[in-house]
Design a protein around this ligand. Structure first.
Ligand SMILES: Nc1ccn([C@@H]2O[C@H](COP(=O)(O)OP(=O)(O)OP(=O)(O)O)[C@@H](O)[C@H]2O)c(=O)n1
Ligand SMILES: C[C@](O)(CO)[C@H](O)COP(=O)(O)O
Length: 231
């Protein structure tokens, strides 16, 4: 079966979806937890598939759920599904290895960021297309940030003017992401971190409040409200 969306598109989107969701609490793997009656992964893939330049989507599913995820996504969009790994980085590497020849831009996008608008996918892909090797969507840090020490005693107030909260999709020239993963050592929490270690500049573009990551129960409740309000 072909897993192409737009055969003339230049973007492959990798969707790591193999995490347990420990911080969300007991239950199914997080990507399969329900948001307004549908798994987070279905919401995420539907929005990625609506981005016009996407050629291929590769989902890294929980190892025991590969067939179930194929069946789940078949009515949503053509996707390739591979087994994920024990760490997010291994799941991304497995998905990257499954990308067919063609796309020169690879985006990595958490299934847990289920309400990410297609426009953000296109904006990150566009920034890579314009010549940047690595692009991440970010939001400014809006809270006052304190550094604390033993006993939760404040050591100082951090200058937040240069701090950014990082989202996905993160976008890369394909060869850059492949080289960064090939050289990877200890797992990092995001792919841009691997690229930074190669000394390659990573450029920030504006993120979206709707690209929040469902991490804790409050996030799931917030996503329910956003969806009900038309997200
Ligand atoms: N071994 C892993 C771990 C995480 N992920 C994916 O990476 C994304 C971001 O990870 P995070 O939100 O931290 O998910 P979990 O690891 O599931 O969360 P927790 O740490 O609470 O268990 C999620 O879509 C998750 O499914 C993955 O594909 N493979
Ligand atoms: C890529 C990422 O979404 C960056 O925010 C990453 O998955 C975050 O993982 P974390 O463990 O929740 O920081």
């Amino acid at each position: 079966m072909t897993a192409q969306l737009n055969p003339r598109g230049d973007v492959a989107v990798l969707v790591p979806a193999a995490g347990a969701g420990v911080r969300l609490g007991p239950g199914a793997p997080k990507a399969l937890r329900l948001l307004a009656g549908e798994p987070l992964l279905v919401h995420a893939v539907r929005r990625i598939a609506a981005a016009g330049s996407v050629h291929t989507i590769v989902v890294a599913a929980p190892a025991g759920e590969v067939e179930a995820v194929r069946r789940l996504l078949a009515p949503v969009a053509p996707v390739l599904v591979v087994p994920g790994g024990a760490e997010r980085q291994a799941s991304v590497a497995a998905a990257l290895a499954a990308v067919p020849a063609g796309p020169g831009i690879v985006l990595v996008h958490d299934a847990a960021r289920a309400l990410t608008p297609p426009e953000l996918v296109e904006s990150v892909a566009g920034a890579v297309r314009s010549g940047h090797d690595a692009v991440i969507p970010v939001l400014p840090v809006v809270d006052t940030i304190k550094e604390v020490g033993a006993g939760e005693v404040v050591l100082g107030t951090v200058d937040r003017s240069a701090l950014r909260a990082v989202q996905t999709p993160q976008g890369f020239r394909r060869s850059v992401l492949a080289a960064a993963h090939a050289a990877a050592g200890d797992p990092l929490t995001d792919d841009a971190g691997l690229v930074e270690k190669q000394g390659i500049p990573v450029v920030c573009v504006p993120g979206s409040e709707y690209a929040l990551k469902v991490t804790r129960p409050f996030d799931l409740a917030l996503a329910e409200h956003l969806l009900a309000a038309g997200a």
